[in-house]
Design a protein around this ligand. Structure first.
Ligand SMILES: NC(=O)c1ccc[n+]([C@@H]2O[C@H](COP(=O)([O-])OP(=O)(O)OC[C@H]3O[C@@H](n4cnc5c(N)ncnc54)[C@H](O)[C@@H]3O)[C@@H](O)[C@H]2O)c1
Length: 671
C-alpha cells in the first residue's frame, strides 16, 4: 500500500514511508518562507546534503541528492517538500491520534495546530510565525517525531534537539514526555549569521517563543497583551474619574503583531489612529475586522477623528500613509494625543522595517533595492523628524512609550533627540519598563493559556465561565495592589468569546498570577473529571512571561541590578518545571527579539482529570511563576518584593531570599 492510501493513523505510525513518495510541486509563492541567505561554501553544502540524507535509506540517495541541492540553492534550506504528508494538517480531537500515551497524543495535537495552514505563517516550510519561527527544520523530523510520539509510553522521554528527535529514552511516569531545546549554541556562536549557517547545515533552528515549543495559539495572545498595555498606558495619563472614551491612541503598523493595536484599542474603548504605509497590509487588517475604517487622506483623517472625539466613539482608524505625517498634522491641528507608541519594524531598519516619510511605499522599495545607502539616510532623517514630532506632543502631555521595536534605539543612533538628561537612558520608557513589568510580571501576572483537546467550542465556553468564576472569587479578597489587574482580566474573559479570537484549536489566553493559574487549572481538572468538560485540556503559556524569559531589552528590561544580561532564570524555569510535573518543557535561544538576544523557556501540561494531574499542576505552576517573582524581588523591584512576601505568608515551605535596601545617600560621595 502506498503512503497516501494509508489512513491518518497508519501514516503516522509508519514514520519515514516504506516507499519513496513522489516528488511534489513546490508550494505556491504566496505563503512561502523568504529565500534564506546563501551562506554555505561548497564543502558546507555537501555537509548539509549529507546531514539531510541521514534520515533516508541509501537506495533513495541518488534521487534525493539533486533535489536537496536544488532546495538549498533555491531556498537556502532543505525542507524536504517531497515528504510533506498528504493528510490535512490541523488539531484533531485528542482521541484521533494513534498513541500509547495520552500525554504524547496531546503533544501531537499541539504540533499539528502549530503547522495548521490557518495558524502557521509558512506552513510548507514548518514556520509558525515571525518569519523564521520553526516547529521543525524539515519534514523528516516531523514524520519521525510523530511516530515516536505515537509509539512512546509514559515510561519514556523524547529528546528534541532543535527539531531533530534524538530518540526515546527510558524515564518515568513523573518525567516530562518531551524535552525541547531550540538553538542552544556555545555563546560565542550565537550571532545572526551563525543561525543562517548552522540552520542551513541542518543542525539547529530558531524556535521563536512558542513555535518550537508547540504552544502558539494564533494572534489572540498578542491582542490580550496589547490591550493590557494600552489600558494601563492610558491610566498613566487619565485623571481621577476620567475614562478612555474620546481619547486618542496614536501609533503605527498593521503587520504581524502590530495589527493587534486597533483591536486592542477598541477593547480599551478609545479612539485608535494607526498609520500603515503598506496599502495591502492595511486592507488585510480591515477585511479581517481588526480595524474599523480605512482613510487615505490626512485632512479626512483629522475631520473623522474630531467627529469621533465629539461623539466619544470607540473606533479605530487606519491611516494609509506615513505615521510621521500624522504626528505632525495632529500637532498643527492641535489634536491632543493621550497615548502614543510605534510598532514599525525598527528591529530591522535598513531592509524595509521602517519606511521614511516623504517617499511613497513603492518609491521606498525601489530606493531600497537600487540605492540602499541613500535609503538608510532617508530612514535616519525620517526618524529625526518622527522623534521631533513626538517630542512636541509629549511636551503638551502625551504619554509615549517604546513598544519593544527598537524605535528609541534606532532614533538615538540616527541622532534624534530621544536621550534623557543623563545621556544614558532614553527620554521615554519601554512598555515592559513602565507597564507590563511593574504592573504584571512583578506580581506574577502573565499570559497563561489553555487548549481544549476536544476541539469543541462548547468546552471552550465552559472553560471561560469557570475561569471567570475563579477570578471573581479571588478578586473578592485580593489586596488593593492587584485589584486593577484582576478587574481587567475578568473583563477580558467575559468578552473573550464576543471578540472572536480563536484561530485553529479552541484556545484561550488569560493574564493571571500564580494563585489564579493554579485555581483555574484545578477547577478545569475537576470539570474534566466530572464530565462537565468533555476531554482533557492542555495548559501552557507564552514565553513572554514572569519567569520564562531573560531578555534585557524586553521581558527583563525592568531589572535594574545589572543581572538583566544573565539567563539563569530561564534555565532554572525549565529545569524546575521539568521535575515538578510538566508534560513537556522547552528552552529557546532568541524568541521574540532575535537569535543571541534572549533565552526563553516554557512548558505544556496535560490536565486529564486525575488526582496526579492535580498534584502536578499545583507544584509546577507554583514554581513556574514564583521563580520569576523571586528573581524580580532580588533585583529590588518593589512590586515583586510585595508578591514574594505575600506568597511566603501563605506557603510555609517557600523561603525566598529577600534583598536588604541600601540608603543611596551612603553612596553619594563615592568617587
Ligand atoms: N506587539 C507586541 O507585543 C510586540 C512586542 C515586542 C516587540 N514588538 C515589535 O513591534 C514591531 C512590529 O512587529 P510586526 O510583527 O507587526 O512587524 P511587521 O513588519 O509585520 O509590521 C510593521 C508594519 O509597519 C509598517 N510601517 C513601517 N514603517 C512605517 C511608517 N513610517 N509609517 C507607517 N507604517 C509603517 C510596515 O509597512 C509594516 O506593515 C517589531 O519590531 C516587533 O519586534 C511587538
Amino acid at each position: 500500500m502506498t503512503t497516501t492510501n494509508l489512513d491518518f493513523q497508519n501514516q503516522i505510525l509508519q514514520g519515514i514511508p516504506l516507499e519513496l513518495p513522489s516528488k511534489k510541486q513546490y508550494p505556491s509563492k504566496s505563503n512561502r518562507a523568504p529565500k534564506r541567505k546563501d551562506i554555505l561554501s561548497v564543502e558546507e553544502k555537501k555537509l548539509a546534503i549529507r546531514n539531510a540524507l541521514r534520515y533516508f535509506p541509501m537506495e533513495w540517495h541518488t534521487t534525493l541528492v539533486p533535489e536537496f541541492i536544488q532546495e538549498l540553492n533555491d531556498f537556502g534550506r532543505i525542507y524536504m517538500y517531497r515528504f510533506q504528508p498528504e493528510y490535512k494538517m490541523y488539531a484533531r480531537h485528542l482521541n484521533e491520534y494513534p498513541a500509547q500515551s495520552q500525554q504524547a497524543a496531546s503533544i501531537m495535537l499541539m504540533i499539528q495546530n502549530n503547522l495548521d495552514p490557518n495558524v502557521a505563517q509558512h506552513p510548507n516550510e514548518l514556520i509558525t510565525y515571525g518569519g523564521n519561527g520553526a516547529v521543525f527544520q524539515n519534514w523528516a523530523q516531523y514524520i519521525l517525531t510523530m511516530k515516536y510520539l505515537a509509539t512512546m509510553t509514559n515510561e519514556q522521554t523524547l529528546h528534541m534537539y532543535s527539531g531533530h528527535p534524538m530518540g526515546l529514552f527510558p524515564s518515568s511516569d513523573d518525567a516530562p514526555r518531551v524535552v525541547v531545546t531550540n538553538g542552544m549554541m556555545i555563546p560565542n556562536y550565537s550571532k545572526p549569521d551563525d543561525w543562517e549557517k548552522y540552520n542551513a547545515l541542518g543542525v539547529t533552528q530558531y524556535g521563536q517563543m512558542t513555535a518550537g515549543s508547540y504552544m502558539y495559539i494564533g494572534p489572540q495572545g498578542i491582542v490580550h497583551g496589547t490591550a493590557i498595555t494600552v489600558m494601563n498606558g492610558f491610566r498613566k495619563k487619565l485623571k481621577e474619574g476620567e475614562t478612555t472614551k474620546g481619547k486618542i491612541f496614536l501609533t503605527a503598523g498593521l503587520g504581524g503583531m502590530s495589527g493587534a493595536q486597533p483591536k486592542a484599542g477598541n477593547i480599551a474603548e478609545c479612539i485608535t489612529v494607526c498609520a500603515e504605509v503598506n496599502k495591502k497590509a492595511a486592507s488585510k487588517r480591515h477585511q479581517q475586522g481588526w480595524v474599523d475604517v480605512l482613510i487615505y487622506d490626512i485632512d479626512e483623517l483629522v475631520e473623522q477623528v474630531r467627529e469621533a472625539q465629539k461623539a466619544e466613539q470607540v473606533i479605530s482608524f487606519a491611516y494609509v500613509g506615513n505615521v510621521v505625517e500624522v504626528w505632525e498634522k495632529f500637532y498643527e491641528e492641535d489634536i491632543f494625543v493621550h497615548l502614543g507608541s510605534d510598532q514599525t519594524s525598527l528591529h530591522n531598519p535598513w531592509s524595509g522595517g521602517y519606511y521614511p516619510v516623504g517617499l511613497g511605499y513603492e518609491e521606498s522599495n525601489n530606493l531600497l533595492r537600487n540605492n540602499p545607502e541613500e535609503f538608510k539616510m532617508k530612514v535616519q532623517e525620517s526618524l529625526k523628524r518622527h522623534a521631533d514630532a513626538v517630542n512636541k506632543h509629549t511636551e503638551k502631555g502625551t504619554y509615549f512609550f517604546d513598544y519593544g521595536n527598537a524605535f528609541l534605539l534606532e532614533s538615538s543612533r540616527a541622532g534624534a533627540d530621544v536621550m534623557s538628561e543623563n545621556g544614558i537612558d532614553f527620554k521615554y520608557p519601554s512598555y515592559v519598563q513602565d507597564i507590563l513589568g511593574p504592573m504584571c510580571f512583578d506580581y506574577g501576572f502573565g499570559p497563561f493559556r489553555w487548549v481544549c483537546t476536544s476541539g469543541d467550542p462548547v468546552d471552550l465556553d465552559k472553560s471561560d465561565k469557570i475561569a471567570e468564576q475563579v477570578m471573581i472569587e479571588i478578586k473578592a479578597t485580593a489586596p488593593e495592589e492587584i485589584q486593577q489587574q484582576m478587574q481587567d482580566n475578568i473583563k477580558w474573559i467575559q468578552d473573550a468569546k464576543a471578540n472572536r479570537l480563536v484561530v485553529g484549536s479552541q484556545a484561550r489566553i488569560l493574564y493571571t498570577d500564580a494563585e489564579g493559574r493554579i485555581k483555574i487549572a484545578t477547577a478545569f481538572n475537576n470539570a474534566i473529571a466530572n464530565g462537565e468538560i468533555s476531554a482533557p485540556i492542555v495548559l501552557g503559556r507564552d514565553h513572554h512571561d514572569v519567569s520564562g524569559t531573560d531578555s534585557p531589552y524586553r521581558e527583563t528590561s525592568n531589572i535594574y541590578d545589572g543581572s538583566k544580561f544573565t539567563a539563569d532564570m530561564a534555565i532554572h524555569n525549565v529545569i524546575g518545571d521539568s521535575f515538578r510535573g510538566a508534560t513537556w518543557v522547552s528552552i529557546h535561544n532568541g524568541g521574540g527579539v532575535g537569535w543571541g538576544e534572549v533565552m526563553n523557556g516554557g512548558f505544556g501540561l496535560l490536565l486529564d482529570g486525575t488526582t496526579v494531574a492535580e498534584q502536578r499542576l499545583k507544584k509546577m505552576l507554583f514554581f513556574d511563576v514564583n521563580n520569576g517573582i523571586a528573581r524580580r524581588s532580588w533585583a529590588r523591584n518593589k512590586e515583586a518584593i510585595f508578591a514574594a512576601k505575600r506568597e511566603m505568608e501563605r506557603t510555609p515551605d517557600l523561603e525566598i531570599t529577600l534583598p536588604n535596601m541600601v540608603d543611596d545617600n551612603l553612596l553619594e560621595d563615592l568617587k
